[in-house]
Design a protein around this ligand. Structure first.
Ligand SMILES: *Cc1c(COP(=O)(O)O)cnc(C)c1O
Length: 352
């Protein structure tokens, strides 16, 4: 349990606190009866499946997610990808040209891009050699304007999860909001932090349908937090931020029993196969442990190996410029066939 007398109101930007949100037609009347005559939103009345504005609160999508994730809908906010969710968090808590955030490189690139867009200073504390958060350094670098700490766990591009002790210490001691980005949680042996929202009023967890759930194309990001934080984010989100086609597709896919679970299990099996096959590639000197659907490897010359794979028609991610990732390549786990092609070509170029 967070011991400090934490009050989220003290972290919200004054302009956001004072904001009177836009009230859409669907906010003011929420009935869904087909017998109703809807003449309130200036829509075209001829039905083509998308002539009406979508549900601004995405009630049906949230109901399914609530069941799958065992979290009450009132703790959920949806966005046009995690990227929109993260941007909303910036705009709720960080005052441009004044506040700062803390990130732990090497990590997901969007945190610093969003900080730059919002004119927020970035403080960095590099992960340890084993890619774990350096808790003391993080707390030491924190000041009164440090509003958000981003913890990406499992981390992209390293693939490992952060120790739960470190995360818990940071949740207890960090004075701002702690965002745990769980884009890869469904591939992890660790438990999600969404089960502990009640305990930590400063906790925000983000997830996505883009990875394990196979819906990168529909752009649906998920934010889990206290009702207080959710209501602040709701005030600033664009009214119809998740479109009708996205909502329909999400509902349709999430309703297929065991679909995601079976695919995740298949990917995990392939991850294990891939890791064991990678061991016979002579120029790979290190295979980092993975809790995600990708594997980071250290090679002799990342840029050379990257180019050689491109020549074979295989695209991976070169992460060599990231701190602590010199000569590292990130390999996404594909289908059995795709992974076989990757391994075959890695062995081929290792002999050339
Ligand atoms: C892929 C990824 C996301 C997903 O972003 P979307 O906008 O939801 O597609 C979020 N965080 C991390 C760390 C990722 O790697």
């Amino acid at each position: 349990m967070k011991t400090t007398n934490f009050n989220i109101d003290n972290l919200i930007r004054p302009s956001i606190k004072a904001l009177k949100p836009y009230s859409s037609a669907r906010d003011e009347f929420q009935g869904t009866s087909d017998a109703m005559v809807f003449l309130d939103a200036n829509e075209n009345p001829f039905n083509n499946g998308v002539n009406r504005y979508p549900d601004p609160q995405q009630g049906d999508v949230k109901a399914i997610l609530s069941e799958i994730k065992n979290v009450n809908s009132k703790h959920i906010l949806l966005g046009n990808g995690s990227d929109e969710v993260l941007d909303l968090i910036f705009r709720a808590f960080c005052e441009p040209n004044k506040d700062n955030i803390i990130i732990l490189p090497p990590t997901y690139g969007m945190y610093s891009v969003l900080a730059n867009i919002n004119a927020i200073t970035i403080k960095e504390v590099q992960l340890s050699d084993s890619f774990q958060p350096q808790v003391e350094e993080i707390l030491n670098i924190t000041d009164g304007s440090s509003k958000i700490l981003f913890l990406c766990s499992p981390n992209n591009p390293t693939g490992n999860s952060f120790s739960s002790e470190s995360i818990e210490t940071l949740l207890n001691k960090f004075k701002g909001v702690v965002v745990i980005d769980e884009a890869y949680i469904d591939f992890s042996k660790e438990k999600s932090w969404i089960d502990r929202l009640e305990e930590f009023p400063n906790l925000i967890v983000t997830q996505t349908l883009s990875k394990a759930y196979g819906m990168a194309g529909i752009r649906l990001g998920i934010c889990y937090a206290s009702t207080k934080i959710i209501s602040v984010l709701n005030r600033i989100k664009p009214p119809y931020n998740v479109n009708e086609l996205t909502q329909q597709k999400a509902i349709q896919q999430l309703s297929i029993k065991d679909l995601a679970t079976n695919q995740i299990n298949g990917i995990l099996k392939e991850r294990a196969n891939l890791i064991s096959e990678l061991q016979s590639v002579s120029f790979i000197s290190k295979i980092y442990p993975s809790d995600a659907n990708f594997v980071l490897v250290k090679v002799d010359d990342a840029s050379k190996r990257y180019d050689q794979l491109i020549d074979k028609g295989i695209v991976i991610r070169n992460r060599t410029t990231q701190p602590g990732c010199e000569n590292c390549l990130r390999l996404t786990v594909g289908t059995k066939e795709e992974n076989t092609i990757l391994i075959k070509n890695l062995l081929l170029i290792s002999k050339s």
